[in-house]
Design a protein around this ligand. Structure first.
Ligand code: ZN
Length: 637
């Protein structure tokens, strides 16, 4: 069998990755170096330089044989991995656990995250972002300026250096961003501007989980924009929203959706999270298929419609021994849960004081909404004998004054409800809150229901799903600029405070999320734009001279054309070879084998099994290059 000299017939295809022009360079470069009259040393340096120029850098970088790839791959699912992407990334030689929420990355992960970072850079630069870098370790004093040194809990890692200076490990960099530009931004003429970095951060999570999904040490792109008006911020925020859509599309996950979110401790007003929907996600999302509304459960307004019975019965005390729950009282009275008033009790973390939230019996409390309303950290209550509450019998009539009582909007326009009587073994029937509790204010503390009313289009069309947050954008406002004393002079010479936006993407988390959303039983199916390599070349039976020669030649040809090839020429069984290839999840695979060569063919298959071609040997490289281009183009606009 003859291996064609020229596997790649169409040189115009060699443009996959801005490959530099390829020119043959021999080891002995002296022949092509003109004598410039320099010393021998000089011409040696020059020859080295010329070689560096003519030898395409990309080629060296892409050279990779599986035999040499550091990291082990194995079959068994590790018992400590709860989600598939974590198991796959351990089994496939992507990451290695070092400590709780702390991982090292092997080369495949590094190559994936590098590509993600490059996509992010390009999109951030397109919206006039300027890449900067903040330190990982910062003095506590900077965080004291913003007030977060005190307000953030133990997720902020605090320590002292050798001079007993209190320091922190950066978990976000708002303070550092303001610190960097507060002198620069003294005049309105400098605005707007945006700075961003891609940096390692540390957040001392209580419960790291899911491999790279929730870790303590992670790499993030964080961006900070500065504006002189809310309108300008909003305009830029929309641009950034579009840039994020581009990033996720180009990274191969166009299915990422943006949802309205609660901005929590970031302290802003308008914010969006970008979610990759997957059943293992930590976040709950309310979506409406009718109008396209999406919101994080924590931020979705709950709308409940009630109709009052025509006649309000009087309140009556009912003896209800051994009845404690909403289910039990509704069973006992033979009424639906909607006709009951439920009490949920919390305590403020700071002083353990009690908060009772009343909701309609079928509605659950959304703790984030409650936390935002009361403005402090809370926890589910421990009900003691002395606290004045009768566990299982708590109702809105006759509670001690010392307790904060809140009513959810789900109780608006109701009557004839059952509720606790604040007396051991007794409930009331016939509760009419307006009549019996005086002037009551209702607020939204409820979790939106599956099948509930869409706050946007008002249809009963809400569905609940789960997702992983892969990015977020916030309209921060003046929280940091104000506390840290950043000001500028406007066109009238008046001192003003700039308005900020901030925009994050978790790089490692995005890689793991793509794996979670795109995998089968055998491994990940990486989208071409972020795949660790573009082609996995398998020389099956590489002890066969023809196979080896053909596969070697193909490897060299594709390398020279600028393709990123993982080459497996190990003398192992086809089974081992293919299961390793599945674990590396490279989107394209070419198989050179004695059987294929008998037909003068190579076999090209897709990792996602969407196609499989037998291609004549001499057309294989061309076909591979055009498939790479096609699969890259799929994610461009
Ligand atoms: Zn809707």
């Amino acid at each position: 069998m003859r291996v064609p000299d020229k596997l790649l017939s169409n040189p115009s295809l060699s443009c996959v990755r801005r490959a530099m022009p390829v020119s043959p360079v021999t080891e002995d470069t002296s022949a092509v170096i003109p004598n410039l009259g320099g010393t021998t040393e000089h011409s040696f340096a020059l020859s080295k330089m010329l070689r560096a120029f003519s030898m395409p850098e990309i080629q060296e970088e892409n050279k990779m044989k599986l035999e040499k790839l550091v990291g082990d791959r194995f079959k068994e699912r590790p018992s400590d991995c709860q989600i598939d992407s974590h198991a796959i990334m351990v089994r496939g030689g992507y990451i290695k656990y070092m400590a709780n929420g702390i991982f090292s990355s092997y080369t495949p992960t590094k190559r994936i995250t590098k590509k993600i970072e490059q996509i992010i850079r390009e999109e951030m630069d397109k919206i006039d972002g300027q890449e900067v870098q903040f330190p990982v370790v910062m003095p506590a004093s900077l965080w004291q300026e913003s007030g977060r040194y005190e307000s953030i809990g133990s997720e902020l890692l605090r320590f002292t250096d050798r001079n007993r200076m209190p320091m922190v490990l950066g978990m976000t960099h708002e303070e550092a961003a303001v610190h960097l530009v507060r002198e620069y931004g003294k005049s309105y003429t400098k605005y707007p501007f945006m700075i961003y970095q891609i940096q390692t951060k540390f957040r001392d999570e209580a419960r790291p989980r899911g491999g790279l999904i929730r870790v303590r040490e992670f790499t993030m792109k964080d961006a900070y924009s500065f504006h002189t008006s809310q309108e300008d911020l909003e305009e830029y925020y929309d641009k950034c929203h579009k840039a994020y859509e581009n990033i996720f599309r180009r990274a191969g996950v166009p299915e990422v959706i943006s949802v309205k979110s609660d901005s929590g401790m970031m302290g802003g007003s308008v914010s969006h999270e970008f979610m990759l929907l997957t059943p293992v996600g930590e976040d709950t999302i309310a979506s409406c298929k009718e109008c396209g509304f999406n919101a994080n459960m924590e931020a979705a307004d709950s709308i409940i419609e009630n109709t009052r019975d025509e006649v309000s019965a009087p309140m009556e005390l009912v003896h209800t021994p051994n009845i404690h729950t909403i289910e039990e009282i509704c069973d006992f009275l033979k009424t639906p849960k909607e006709k009951s008033c439920k009490a949920v009790v919390y305590q403020r973390n700071a002083d353990d004081s009690y908060i009772v939230v009343f909701t309609r019996g079928d509605i659950d409390v959304n703790e984030t909404k409650l936390r935002n309303f009361v403005g402090c950290e809370i926890h589910p209550a421990v009900i003691t004998e002395e606290c004045g509450l009768n566990a299982g019998y708590i109702g809105p009539v006759g509670l001690p004054e010392s307790i904060t009582v809140l009513f959810d909007t789900s109780l608006q326009n109701t009557n004839n409800l059952s509720c606790g009587a604040n007396k051991e073994e007794y409930h009331y029937t016939g509760l009419d809150i307006e009549r019996d509790c005086g002037n009551v204010e209702y607020h939204d503390f409820a979790k939106i229901l599956d099948g509930g009313i869409c706050p946007n289009c008002r249809k009963h069309s809400i569905s609940i799903s789960r997702g992983i947050e892969v990015g977020n954008i916030f309209q921060l406002g003046t929280k940091y600029t104000k506390t840290m004393g950043m000001t500028y002079l406007d066109s009238n010479g008046e001192e003003k405070t700039p308005i900020m936006g901030c925009y994050g993407i978790g790089v490692g988390r995005l890689a793991a999320s793509v794996c979670e959303a795109h995998h089968d039983d055998y491994g990940p199916i990486w989208p071409m734009p972020i795949a660790p390599w573009q082609l996995h070349s398998c020389a099956v039976r590489s002890d066969d001279a023809d196979v080896k020669a053909c596969a070697d030649k193909l490897y060299d040809t594709l390398q020279n054309a600028g393709a990123e090839v993982m080459y497996d020429d190990r003398q192992v069984s086809a089974g081992v070879m293919f299961s390793d290839a599945d674990l590396l999840g490279i989107p394209l695979r070419v198989v050179v084998s004695p059987r294929n060569l008998k037909e003068n063919c190579c076999e090209i298959t897709a990792r996602d099994k969407s196609f499989s071609y037998k291609v004549p040997v001499e057309e294989t490289a061309d076909k591979v290059m055009s498939l790479i281009n096609e699969l890259m183009a799929k994610y461009n606009d």
